[in-house]
Design a protein around this ligand. Structure first.
Ligand SMILES: [Zn+2]
Length: 424
């Protein structure tokens, strides 16, 4: 047993060095690193080529497989499964960087340990029909949706005060259920020229830099969504709990690095998205928006209910983005056609749809981590009794998920069945 643990620690160290090595070939790969700085210096001096990285990752994986999980305690078994999946994914990423191409679904399985369900166009058309009667004016649903949303943009000069109010509230709500490290903290920065709308850069020592992209208009729903997703109980809390429980308490240093294109991202994005409704159950959100955020943004509070009724239906279109990405990255449609699909079925304004296709170029099948991740996390937590009616259990399960190594395919053994007839 002891020997097994020292093998695992050695493999964990190799894993961290390998992630840092891939990061030299792929500037998006290392999302966070706060482990021993000399490991980074050594990797930068050695500059291992992709082929060397692939060989070392395969050797680490082979060695890991000599450790029988049955002989480990539960936490170490999860760690073992986690390291194996992360290494397999890394090898796939190295193969992609070496010029190996895969279909969208093969790539998401190899990198994120999950495959998103496929939906026909008719699925999205039905949702649009449900939305249509709520939107005034003439024209197509997406034109009317865009027109409708125009009244709900946060004015630029009010963005900081609105976002600050949202993040303080999401922090307050999260702290009611989760004990956060005493020194946890964050800073917010407003940036431009990015393919994403928000980003959390975890710095270690329970500190995050949260960036909000102001290239395009920011609608009022994004305040709570970004505050919860990037901050509380999303990415910032996830990283802070991993650091506290796994890196500091257990000395599992593989968690001091975060490989973006890896199964860990499905857990991260899934919990960050599910965390929005955890921190702000629907009725409480509407109340907070009406009493605080709408007035703070100078918007008409009498429109809150209608806005969130529309928003609720709009969220059911989430998989339209996956379909556009799948067809575009598989080479079945060109960029303009992908953008058109996003405008028609994901209701993105043309400019935002163009921005999103650039996100597809940069992050590829990563897109499934948001909506599939959210659905898998929801299913996992609620099937364990963590339903909205039982918030105590819900937060307990959520916190446990954020504080232990988990792999996507183990979240639900029944994902196949679950997605035959999705219910949203
Ligand atoms: Zn995210």
């Amino acid at each position: 047993m002891k020997q097994n643990l020292s093998v695992m620690n050695r493999i964990a160290e190799s894993y961290v060095r390998l992630v840092l090595s891939v990061g030299r070939h792929d500037s998006d790969y290392v999302d966070a690193f706060y482990g021993p700085p000399e490991w980074k210096t050594e990797v930068d001096e050695e500059k291992p080529p992709l082929e060397t990285i692939r060989k070392r990752a395969s050797a680490a994986l082979a060695e890991l497989r000599t450790v029988a999980p049955a002989r480990l305690d539960e936490a170490s078994r999860l760690r073992h499964a986690y390291l194996a999946k992360q290494l397999e994914s890394m090898i796939a990423r190295v193969n992609i960087l070496s010029g190996n191409t895969m279909t969208f679904d093969d790539e998401s399985r190899a990198l994120y340990d999950a495959v998103a369900p496929t939906f026909p166009e008719s699925h999205f058309k039905e949702i649009l029909q449900e939305l249509a009667p709520l939107l005034p004016g003439a024209g197509t649903v997406h034109e009317r949706y865009e027109q409708f949303k125009r009244n709900f943009v946060i004015p630029k000069e009010k963005l900081d005060s609105v976002f600050t109010a949202a993040i303080h509230e999401s922090r307050r709500r999260t702290r009611e259920w989760i004990e956060l490290p005493a020194n946890e903290s964050f800073t917010v920065e407003y940036v431009t020229g990015k393919s994403w709308s928000g980003y959390n850069w975890y710095k270690g020592e329970s500190n995050s830099l949260i960036q909000v992209n102001t290239d395009l208009p920011i609608y009022i729903d994004r305040a709570v969504d970004l505050a919860s997703h990037e901050g509380y109980p999303g990415h910032h809390v996830y990283n802070a709990l991993l650091e506290k429980h796994l890196v500091r308490e257990r000395k599992w240093l593989e968690f001091s690095v975060y490989a973006l294109f890896s199964p860990q991202s499905l857990i991260a994005e899934g919990t960050a998205n599910y965390g929005i409704e955890m921190a702000f159950p629907e009725a409480e959100r509407v109340k907070f928006e009406r009493e605080v955020l709408f007035p703070s943004a100078g918007l008409d509070p009498s429109k809150v209910e209608l806005y969130y009724r529309v928003h609720g239906i709009f969220l059911n279109l989430a998989y339209a983005g996956n379909e556009a990405a799948r067809k575009y990255l598989n080479g079945e449609i060109a960029r303009d056609e992908a953008a058109r699909w996003l405008t028609e079925y994901a209701l993105m304004a043309p400019e935002r749809a163009q921005q999103r296709t650039r996100f597809f170029d940069q992050y590829r099948s990563y897109v499934i981590n948001y909506n599939l991740g959210q659905d898998l996390v929801k299913k996992y937590i609620e099937s364990r009794g963590g339903t909205p009616q039982n918030p105590q259990k819900r937060w307990k399960e959520f916190q446990a998920l954020l504080s232990t190594p988990r792999v996507p395919s183990a979240l639900t053994r029944t994902s196949g069945e679950f997605f035959v007839r999705p219910k949203f």
